[in-house]
Design a protein around this ligand. Structure first.
Ligand SMILES: *[C@@H]1O[C@H](CO)[C@@H](O)[C@H](O)[C@H]1NC(C)=O
Ligand SMILES: *[C@@H]1O[C@H](CO)[C@@H](O)[C@H](O)[C@H]1NC(C)=O
Ligand SMILES: *[C@@H]1O[C@H](CO)[C@@H](O)[C@H](O)[C@H]1NC(C)=O
Length: 485
């Protein structure tokens, strides 16, 4: 009898306990799956954040390590609109339903938090008990105040173990002129020359897998992950930052800066699943931007975009010579890849969130042509959640072509380096153009029907891109389609 009572009692306790857990889970689900913000709300909140940060006396003072900053606050409780009030303005004419529905379906868009440490709380992720721990944030360092570039001593007391990370990144997008800009910027006496343009530490090397397409098909090559020490050794040793070390050793101010020009930092989808906090997720909650901003919140991003249709073709052409099975491709081959790719993504968008499709590596690999790289607003929206707009320089490849000097000057101003005199500036401007396509000669232009399909597919992306950045130039209306001679 006593046993029986005990049994009943424990069942009751267990039931109450389970009920409690379920209610809690339900509440959590509610918090994060409802209240998806309209873009107006999104932009409005973003503006408030911007004004706050611009309004600060010392907008450019880095936060003390470990203090709460806008980038490591926990989620704010959002004031919810009453249920019967429609907060979403009608925008049916602007976006096709496959796009707007997929866009709104993303749970991450309702999150305001940017730094989550390793709290397992995103209800859309289902890590299993055996899920391995993910790659964590690298904590900020005690940066040496005399150096403009973020550098530190491993042993500050003895001024030993000098290391640096980049001050700026050219983080996107391939085939938009990143290499050319990188090479020109390096001609400035205060911008250090690295032995590499693309370090790919944040997106690939630290995970020990790299996407290679040099011989044969695209494949993921697994190799020994770079440690953070290796990355910083490359930068500090090879990139001329030894001069910074010499300058700051005697408490002199050093103006020299260094940049990492890995154009896939903006969008890379190969390894997000391994970042701590993303395990078991269908789409990332943490992207590379969080990691870069976490270690050094003042870093600057240069992003160059180009109308996505010609960019895609250019990307395809640049891959032919190093991707075995693309050899012998014609504009018809490209056309077929495009038809297939557009269909694959649109089918995914009909059922899943736009981010879930865009960040899916299986789809990316199947599709062959890099359609996803041109889905700019998806990645840009992710970065805008965490990066202050004034720390991003957004350029257009088309302007770069038309006004090289102006664009380079804008980049120098953004990096806050000294103005160059006429002679030096001329050297920068006259420097030979990099990466001028040659495959184009053989394949000729895209077929008109390919252009049509791509323009139509990318149209809502382009619109959304201009909308979230509130910049009409990003509709490319003034330069696209290109005027015929
Ligand atoms: C590369 O992929 C294509 C298409 O999937 C396949 O036909 C070909 O055999 C592959 N080539 C190599 C070298 O693996
Ligand atoms: C990615 O897409 C493939 C193919 O559609 C699907 O099987 C897989 O579950 C997707 N992965 C995620 C994380 O959504
Ligand atoms: C421009 O600046 C460089 C140093 O960066 C200097 O060597 C050169 O003489 C200057 N030229 C003129 C015309 O002032």
């Amino acid at each position: 009898m006593r046993m029986h009572m005990k049994f009943l009692l424990s069942i009751t306790i267990a039931t109450v306990f389970l009920l409690l857990i379920f209610t809690q889970l339900d509440e959590r689900q509610d918090t994060y799956s409802t209240g998806v913000k309209s873009d107006e709300q999104y932009v409005a909140e973003f503006d408030v954040k911007q004004e706050k940060s611009i309004g600060k006396d010392k907008a450019d003072t880095p936060p003390e390590p470990g203090t709460a900053t806008s980038h490591n606050q926990l989620p704010k409780s959002e004031s919810k609109a009453p249920e019967n009030v429609v907060t979403k303005p009608p925008e049916t004419t602007k976006y096709p339903s496959w796009f707007s529905e997929a866009w709104d379906r993303s749970p991450v868009r309702s999150l305001t938090e940017t730094f989550v440490g390793d709290k397992p709380f995103f209800p859309h992720c289902k890590p299993s008990k055996n899920t391995a721990k993910g790659v964590p944030y690298i904590e900020p360092k005690d940066y040496i105040p005399e150096s403009k570039n973020p550098c530190w001593y491993e042993d500050p007391a003895r001024k030993k173990g000098f290391r640096c990370i980049p001050y700026f990144y050219i983080a996107g997008v391939a085939k938009c002129g990143t290499t050319d800009l990188y090479r020109r910027l390096r001609l400035h006496p205060d911008i250090m020359k690295g032995t590499m343009k693309e370090y790919h530490f944040w997106d690939r090397e630290r995970f020990g897998n790299v996407e290679m397409s040099d011989s044969g098909n695209v494949s993921i090559v697994h190799r020994k992950p770079w440690t953070f020490e290796q990355y910083t050794d490359f930068i500090t040793g090879n990139a001329g930052l030894k001069t910074v070390s010499n300058e700051v050793k005697f408490n002199q101010h050093s103006h020299k800066i260094f940049g990492d020009g890995s154009p896939s930092y903006l969008w890379d989808i190969l390894n997000w699943g391994r970042l701590e906090g993303n395990q078991g997720c269908k789409e990332p909650r943490i992207v590379i931007g969080q990691h870069i901003r976490h270690i050094y919140p003042k870093s600057k991003m240069i992003l160059i975009f180009r109308h996505p249709t010609p960019r895609l073709y250019s990307r395809f052409l640049s891959r032919i010579w190093r991707t075995g099975y693309l050899k012998g491709s014609t504009s018809t081959t490209f056309h077929n890849f495009v038809v297939n790719g557009v269909k694959t993504y649109q089918e995914c968008f009909k059922r899943h969130s736009i981010r879930q499709c865009a960040y899916n590596y299986t789809i990316y690999d199947d599709v062959v042509v890099r359609l996803v790289e041109g889905m700019y607003p998806i990645f840009m929206a992710d970065w805008l959640r965490i990066w202050p707009r004034e720390q991003m320089l957004i350029l257009r490849n088309e302007d770069y072509g038309m006004d090289l000097e102006g664009t380079v000057q804008t980049a120098f101003d953004f990096l806050d380096v000294d103005k160059l005199n006429g002679t030096d500036l001329a050297t920068v401007v006259e420097h030979q153009l990099s990466n001028v396509g040659s495959e184009y000669e053989k394949l000729g232009p895209m077929l008109p029907e390919t252009v049509k399909i791509l323009d139509e597919f990318y149209q809502p992306f382009v619109h959304k891109f201009a909308e979230i950045l509130r910049d009409d130039r990003l509709l490319w209306k003034d330069v696209y389609p290109p005027k015929r001679e």
